[in-house]
Structure formats: structure tokens, C-alpha cells
Design a protein around this ligand. Sequence first.
Ligand code: ATP
Length: 270
Amino acid sequence: MTRQNDNSDTGGREAVRFDGVTKRFPPNVTALDSVSLSARFGEVVVLLGLSGSGKSTLLRHVDGLQLPTEGSVHVLGVDVAAARPKALRRLRGRIGFVFQQFHLVPTLTVLENVCTGALARLRGPRLGLPTYPRRIREAALDQLDRVGLADRAFQRADTLSGGQQQRVAIARAMLQEPEILLADEPVASLDPESSHQVMELIKRVATEDDLTVLCSLHQVDLALAWGDRIVGLHTGRVVMDTPVADIDHADAMSIYARVGAENVADAAAE
Ligand SMILES: Nc1ncnc2c1ncn2[C@@H]1O[C@H](COP(=O)(O)OP(=O)(O)OP(=O)(O)O)[C@@H](O)[C@H]1O
């Protein structure tokens, strides 16, 4: 599926834009410091940085879970801080999430877990697979097929491996037909092989669906293998914003070296 984007509400090809975003938490933490960046449709942007550098805070600004202390965030053409509750709800419906801990319901079947991705679009609670409309069940099965797990549809979610559970979580997110996918350390709990499989899948769905992905990672090799662009954060500042094609492993590692990172920031400012 290739989405035809209506660029009238997306400000051209930008799906996400941060302009001078600073986020402070009391009493004196600056989690984001004058962050400006943008992400285009279909682009996989990987956020790298030390623990505490601001990656999760940045992701939480995309769906308005947190609002900037200064600056602005535009997502799919919507000024997130200025959006009314209804507009914010609608915007959130266009954003999918994948988390480190998968957040599946362990006792439900794999297929029902995927179906829950449609809950925001359905009225009223759903208890049990038959309570979902047939078209949702079929679409969920299609998404499971896409992530290579259609044959596991009727197993309990907790009988799957970690890598498989994350693929189910991606199928659930994709059932929502999002335009943006936020992935907060999606492979942090996985072994190296499963990590590559999950990142390969994220890259594939992004390409197929013209989906914008913002994904925080701690593994430079995965960022280089599956990202289109790397944004490096260091104490809340963007110290690198570079297409993957233009950097090598050593360049990317400089994000983690305090002195190296500051040099990159200084060079970028010159
Ligand atoms: N709600 C909050 N209240 C106070 N401080 C916060 C809050 N959320 C984040 N912080 C602080 O903001 C800074 C950035 O945190 P954030 O979680 O964004 O980093 P991170 O790069 O995602 O780290 P990790 O890789 O460990 O997940 C940290 O100093 C953190 O303690």
C-alpha cells in the first residue's frame, strides 16, 4: 500500500518538524535544548544518544504527551501545543507506537492482540475475537501475514518469543494505519538476530506504507543498517543530524563520546 499524502496539511513532505524545542523539568533538568529537526514521509529517523540524552522525551513531544517549554512541534501539519483535545485525539489516531516491552495482553490470542489496534476506531468495548467486525479480523490477519506470523494467529501471545511478540506489536500498530510510527527502544529486550529482524520489518513497512518512523536505539550497527538518517542527542542537544549514507560507525560513535559530541555540535554551528 502506498499512501497518497495530502500535502496541503503536511507542510510539503515533512511529517514532523521541531523548531527550537526546549523542554525543562523542575527543578532544573533540561531534557531537550533548542532542538530543531524534521522527518519526511517514508523516512526512518533513528535517535541515538546516551541514556538520559532526551530520546524518549523527544518522542513524547510528537504525540503531545509532553509539550515544549519553548519552541513548537508540528506533526502532520498540526501544531501540537495549540491543538484542541479533539484535534489532538485525531492526530494520535494517525500515530502508532511500538515499545520496548511490547505491551501485548499475554492471555489473549495473537490475532486478538492485533485487533486491539483498531479499538480507537470502534465504538464500545470488545471482549473476545468474535466481537470485532469481520473486516477488522481480516485486516488483522493480513497484518499478521505481513509480519510472517499468520500461522500463530490463534496462539496465546505469551507463547511467542520476544522477537515474535514485537512483530505482533508492529502488526497491531499497522492495523491502525498510522502515518507516523514512534518506536522507543523497540529491540532493547531482544537478541541480536531478532533485533535485526524487527528493524528490517520496521524499515520494510516504512517503505511500503510511506510511513515516517522515529525510533530510538542504543545499537549503532542497527541504526546504520536500517535507518535513513541518524539524529544524535547529547544532553538534550542535537549533535548530529546526518543521512546514514554519509556516516560510518566511528562517526556515529562520536555521539557517545562527550568531547567528540561537543566537537560535532561546534562544527555544525560554524
Ligand atoms: N517527567 C520527567 N520529570 C523530570 N525529569 C524527567 C522527566 N522525563 C525525563 N526526565 C529527565 O530528562 C532527561 C532525558 O530523559 P529521557 O528519558 O528523554 O532520556 P533517554 O535518552 O530516552 O534515556 P534512555 O536511553 O535511558 O531511555 C533525563 O535527565 C531524565 O531524568
